[in-house]
Design a protein around this ligand. Structure first.
Ligand code: NAD
Length: 455
């Protein structure tokens, strides 16, 4: 299996400077929008087939996410791509200095299955905006979406610059052996290590969009109904398979009963008495992951939910109170419909709990206490944060998306994505004017003194 000819074709096209043209980039971006709009129903069907995604949920988190991203990027692209002037110090005068964003070359985009359309097309928007070519590799665990992307991308986008490889480990490994100019990988940390090791062989820079256990702290002062509604939405959207979903809740012991009651009410409001029959509740991607998630509660008492149907890939919205901290439920990223609640009484202990663990992709606090919220922002390190909400920062196109430490490296969305896939080239331009002799040998005491003075 060898994809080197495919890469060479893109490299040759890139070297003809075609992708540096902003008009070409905007045409391709517009074509991504056309691809999505003209095939909206096909995408909704594919996402329903891969993950049982309700159409409204798929539309908001995948379809309109991508089209909105294209609009936002196209509006600002001219500005982002402009040279960025910086001051020139005396030693380099007369002269003018600027940063010129330039494309990197050909980028490999490897997607994950949980938002299988968005996790290919949104990075592709940033990659094309920055003037690069790309090979995209959708996740084989969402086969209907992968097949649809493989069919449509060649129809809509310039195939000299952008192409698709479908497949699993074998195909991805073959791609990873090639000298791409940048690799963007979305998925779990274990495979990220394989990706980074392969990239190191060619000194290829990587963007890693990973996951982790995103904590939520709920303070006594929080509005319990609004808090429960927002957490329930974020946790059980896509049946819990969202990288920035709340993984677990930290709260004081006296908050557990009212919080569980409020969450139960929200589950019923959103998915009815039997979520299995709800058209608004999705399914786990496959039997293996359904089994993995159900194992977390095999020996643990469940407070709410707990129903599992392996054949239907169904796991009910489930709440567990104070599971052992060394159980897999509390050490692995859950990435499924189970919500543990851990009781910790003091806010300092809550912060300590979070700091002692891997830096998460996101962290959330619900509180009316402004000082507490500010100290959460000041002290808790995570890819992103929301105060009094979950996930919604992702609806703000100019907020960069990406993790820190084990939750990832590099960022995209808006200008952050443009910069991430650009090389910010430093340029100094000088006229043919005689230079001060101080710069040149032979060195002397006088020149040294003068040099110190002008610095
Ligand atoms: P996955 O199984 O779809 O794998 C991701 C990609 O890696 C696929 O394209 C797959 O073909 C490839 N792959 C798998 N094994 C490989 C190997 N041995 N060598 C080379 N390539 C290989 O997805 P996943 O890893 O199950 O994704 C879930 C994880 O991704 C969770 O941790 C989640 O939090 C994270 N995630 C992060 C983001 C983000 O934007 N930060 C978004 C979605 C998911």
């Amino acid at each position: 299996m060898d994809f080197s000819e495919q890469l060479i074709k893109h490299q040759q096209f890139f070297n003809r400077n075609c992708t540096r043209d902003i008009t070409w980039r905007k045409q391709q971006l517009q074509q991504i929008k056309n691809l999505v709009i003209e095939n909206e129903q096909a995408f909704l069907d594919a996402l329903a087939s891969d993950l049982g995604k309700p159409a409204q949920e798929a539309w908001i988190t995948e379809v309109s996410y991508v089209t909105g991203d294209v609009d936002h990027v196209c509006k600002s692209l001219n500005n982002w791509a402009k040279k960025r002037r910086v001051a020139t110090p005396i030693v380099a005068q007369p002269g003018r200095s600027y940063i010129q964003p330039e494309p990197q070359g050909t980028v490999l985009i490897i997607g994950a299955w949980n938002y299988p359309m968005q996790l290919i097309l949104a990075p592709l928007v940033a990659v094309i905006a920055a003037g690069n070519c790309a090979i995209v590799k959708p996740s084989e665990l969402a086969p209907a979406t992968s097949e649809l992307l493989a069919k449509l991308i060649p129809q809509y986008l310039d195939s000299q610059a952008i192409s698709v490889v479908e497949g699993a480990v074998e195909e991805t490994s073959a791609l990873l052996s090639l000298p791409f100019d940048h690799i963007m990988y979305t998925g779990n940390g274990q495979v990220a290590r394989i990706v980074m090791t392969a990239a190191a062989k060619n000194l290829t820079p990587v963007t890693l969009e990973l996951g982790g256990k995103s904590p939520v702290y709920v303070d006594k002062s929080a509005d319990i109904t609004i808090t429960a509604q927002r957490i329930a939405w974020g946790k059980w959207m896509n049946a819990g398979q969202t990288c920035i979903a709340p993984d677990y809740i930290l709260t004081s012991a006296d908050m557990v009963a009212p919080l569980v009651e409020a969450l139960k009410k929200q589950i019923e409001n959103m998915f009815g008495k039997n979520p299995k029959e709800s058209k608004s509740y999705g399914r786990i991607v496959n039997t293996r992951h359904t089994q993995r998630i159900s194992q977390y509660i095999a020996d643990i008492a469940v407070e709410v939910g707990g129903d599992v149907d392996l054949e239907d890939k169904y796991i009910a919205p489930t709440i567990v109170i104070n599971p052992p901290l060394d159980s897999a439920l509390m050490t692995d990223e859950i990435f499924g419909a189970i919500l543990p609640i851990i009781t910790i009484d003091s806010f300092d202990d809550v912060k300590r709990f979070v700091k002692e663990r891997d830096k998460p992709l996101s962290s959330y606090i619900f509180s009316k206490n402004k000082e507490q919220c500010q100290s959460w922002v000041n002290e808790i390190s995570s890819g992103s944060q929301c105060i009094n909400d979950v996930i919604m920062f992702n609806a703000v196109p100019e907020l960069p998306f990406g993790g820190i430490g084990p939750s990832g490296m590099g960022q995209y969305s808006g200008k952050a994505g443009f910069d991430n896939f650009s090389h910010l080239k430093s340029v100094l331009t000088r006229p043919f004017v005689k230079d001060l002799p101080v710069r040149f040998a032979p060195y002397s005491k006088m020149k040294f003194k003068f040099l110190r003075w002008i610095r």
